[in-house]
Design a protein around this ligand. Structure first.
Ligand code: ADP
Ligand code: MG
Length: 678
């Protein structure tokens, strides 16, 4: 087969599996080559049961002692148990919602089991292990790649397509990494690296191959960032002569915090210096970033120019409109809203008003990016919740005017050094101070034993007129005991039939999602069950309780973001994280959130505690999706790649001598242009 061939022609795949593979972005064998394992299981070592360690993934060879027993724990949750033993001792296996395990395991037969081991009572349990009969196959006793999956796909399917893909890699596969860099870094030829990453002989080989691939990703990213930076530097910024904000400050219903003032001053200094403003405002949830944006909108209008503010959802855009329009109108500045759901006529009128310059400040969703939207004289572009947009969406926005000043705002705290690397083309201001008088959110890390009490607490919050968010890690069928949003919504509707429960998740249609969010904001829904779609800036001051199922599945920063959805009103608010009973690690992580409310401290902690974490889950930053690179763990490689890219670009800014590389950079930056909203 050839790399361009469709995966459905691979033996044992067929159209149905091919469709599932398509969901992972694998259509051709070439895609399969680039679908890297998300980790490895080192099964080269078999541990006697007596020597198992708490909290680690290990491999044992053991005989099934008792027939597996399945018990129905609660709605949507079956647990299958069985005991296995080797010469050194006995071990309990526990599977969640995997009745097939019961059917597959034969009493008296020896299997290799691989899974996470936890101390329990006087012995150990292995949680949802993978298993296969000893000697049946050569998969145990090796380093096994672990591929990303989607429902209906199994590791063996990924082995099939990657086997076929590796066989199809030609000897002369082009390598876009310049030879000099390859040699300097000591990288193996691309073909060996691909074999090493997919089928390593040992962990060392896997790590070496991985390092090369991670380097590649960062290198491409750095080259792209370098392009963007080069495009902006050397230009001068839109001229705004009158930078006095006194009238603006007087019109505000409160005085700004010192941190807000500093951020605004940093912006006006850039503008005064004649540079194009290119600044990231980082501030914890609720720190009042919107006011910084408002100040810049005001300045644009005051100088007879236009400003645009783009938010990732309609609800957010509408909320911005509600806060900013009255304030700015008081100052004689006209505002207009532009969102996808507006009627055609209204949209046309708004677009015309924008083009005629009748509207000074435009607030909207990505609808403002549309080709038909042309500004009379755009001077300031603001991107709210930057991590929901791609880098080139912000480029599209600034391209709607000449020398446009750009302000991007993000609530995802990033340690400063990393922010500088990631937002290589931006300056950074930090708002590290909350407006006065905020209540502290009471946070609890709990386990399953608290379930009934928390349910009653949810009910009580509703009874007192508050509203509740319940966030779950996934949609669809629960895997290994995790709670899906559907099952949580169903369960809560059963337990609290007198409460209005609604469900939103990534597969909910956009229009319906907006409607539900609006209903929730209007108080027509008591309990909103969702996946992390509600993570972004939504402001429902009446929401007083955030419950997160399986809190151990999330990054700390993400949990902190979720917590920021409550505590926005006058009432005492609460946050409950389930998952504190999932081992010492999970408990310690969740306790961090109980003990601190400082997003930067939490980000730092997250960085320290997570190995291959998704702290920098790339969707969070509007960066191209990283296949492998872990922005927290791989900072050294990131720095090396960035240096290499900078050196190369300094020498050959348009990459004329590296056409392969240039093509790859362009492809990468074109691909992730669509806004990501999971
Ligand atoms: P975020 O940084 O999360 O975007 P917002 O800009 O939405 O935060 O502000 C959160 C809330 O705090 C809003 O209701 C806003 O009106 C209020 N706020 C902002 N700045 C101040 C301030 N200096 N004093 C009092 N309240 C403020
Ligand atoms: Mg905000």
């Amino acid at each position: 087969m050839k790399l361009q061939d469709n995966v459905r022609f691979v033996r044992g795949i067929g159209p149905k599996k091919a469709e599932l593979l398509g969901r992972l972005g694998i259509v051709t064998l070439e895609d399969a080559v680039q679908c890297y394992p998300r980790g490895y299981e080192d099964r080269t070592h078999i541990t006697p049961i007596r020597h198992l360690l708490d909290g680690e993934k290990q491999c044992v060879h053991a005989v099934v002692g008792t027939p597996p027993q399945t018990a129905h724990i609660r709605r949507g949750m079956d647990v299958t148990r069985c005991t296995v033993y080797d010469e050194s001792g006995a071990l309990t296996l526990r599977f969640f919602n995997h009745k097939y395990a019961a059917a597959a395991l034969e009493t008296g037969k020896e299997y290799a089991f691989y899974g996470k081991v936890q101390a329990e009572g006087r012995g150990f349990v292995m949680l949802s292990p993978e298993f296969e009969p000893v000697g049946a196959d050569d998969r145990t006793g090796r380093v096994l790649p672990v591929y990303p999956l989607t429902a209906g796909l199994y590791q063996r399917d990924l082995y099939r397509v990657t086997d076929a893909a590796l066989a199809a890699v030609p000897d002369d596969l082009p390598d876009f990494l310049p030879k000099a860099i390859r040699e300097q870094q000591g990288f193996a030829p691309i073909r060996d690296a691909l074999a090493g990453i997919h089928r390593p002989q040992d962990m060392r080989q896997a790590q070496q191959a991985r390092r090369r691939m991670v380097f590649e990703e960062f290198f491409l990213l750095s080259c792209g960032m370098g392009f963007l930076r080069a495009r902006r530097s050397g230009k001068s910024g839109a001229q705004l002569r009158d930078l006095s904000l006194n009238a603006f400050y007087r019109a505000l219903p409160f005085s700004l915090t010192g941190a807000q003032m500093r951020a605004i001053e940093a912006c006006t200094l850039d503008i005064a210096a004649g540079r194009p403003l290119s600044r990231l405002i980082q501030g914890d949830v609720g720190s009042g970033k919107t006011m910084v944006a408002a100040a810049l909108c005001y300045l644009a209008a005051k100088n007879g120019r236009q400003a645009v503010m783009m938010a990732p959802t309609e609800l957010l855009a509408q909320q911005h409109m509600q806060t900013l329009a009255p304030l700015l109108q008081k100052l004689g500045v006209s505002c207009g809203l532009l969102v996808g759901s507006m009627g055609a006529k209204q949209k046309r009128e708004t677009v015309q008003a924008i083009e005629a310059g009748e509207v000074s400040v435009v607030i909207g969703t990505h609808a403002v990016l549309g080709d038909t939207v042309q500004f009379h004289d755009l001077a300031v572009a603001i991107v709210d919740e930057q991590h929901r947009f791609g880098v080139n969406q912000r480029a599209t926005l600034t391209a709607k005017g000449e020398n446009v000043h750009l302000l991007v705002m993000s609530a995802t705290p990033i340690p400063r050094t990393l922010a500088l690397l990631l937002y290589g083309d931006l300056d950074v201001s930090v708002i590290d101070e909350l407006p006065p008088g905020r209540q502290k959110i009471k946070t609890y890390a709990v386990g399953e034993t608290m379930r009934q009490r928390i349910d009653r607490f949810i009910d009580k919050q509703c009874a007192e007129g508050g509203q509740v968010y319940v966030v779950c890690p996934l949609v669809g069928d629960g895997e290994s005991g995790r709670t899906s949003a559907e099952s949580a919504a169903e369960r809560l509707s059963g337990v609290l039939p007198h409460r209005r429960v609604a469900l939103v998740h990534g597969r909910t249609r956009a229009a319906e999602k907006e409607q539900i969010m609006a209903d929730f904001a209007a108080g027509n829904i008591d309990i909103l069950v969702s996946t992390t779609v509600i993570e972004v800036g939504v402001n429902v001051p009446n929401a007083t309780l955030m419950v997160v199922e399986d809190g151990d599945c999330f990054g700390l920063s993400q949990l902190h973001q979720l917590r920021g959805r409550v505590g926005r009103g006058k009432r005492q608010s609460y946050c409950v994280f389930y998952g504190a009973d999932r081992g010492a690690d999970a408990r310690e992580r969740l306790k961090t959130l109980v003990h601190t409310n400082d997003g930067f401290v939490i980000a730092q902690k997250d960085l320290e505690m997570r190995g291959a974490g998704d702290f920098f889950g790339t969707r969070q930053h509007g960066l191209p999706p990283m296949k492998l690179a872990d922005l927290a763990g791989d900072t050294r490689v990131l720095e090396q790649a960035r240096r290499a890219a900078d050196a190369l670009l300094a020498d050959d800014p348009e990459l004329v001598r590296e056409p392969e590389l240039r093509a790859r950079v362009e492809k990468l930056f074109a691909q992730y242009g669509e806004g990501s909203f999971n």
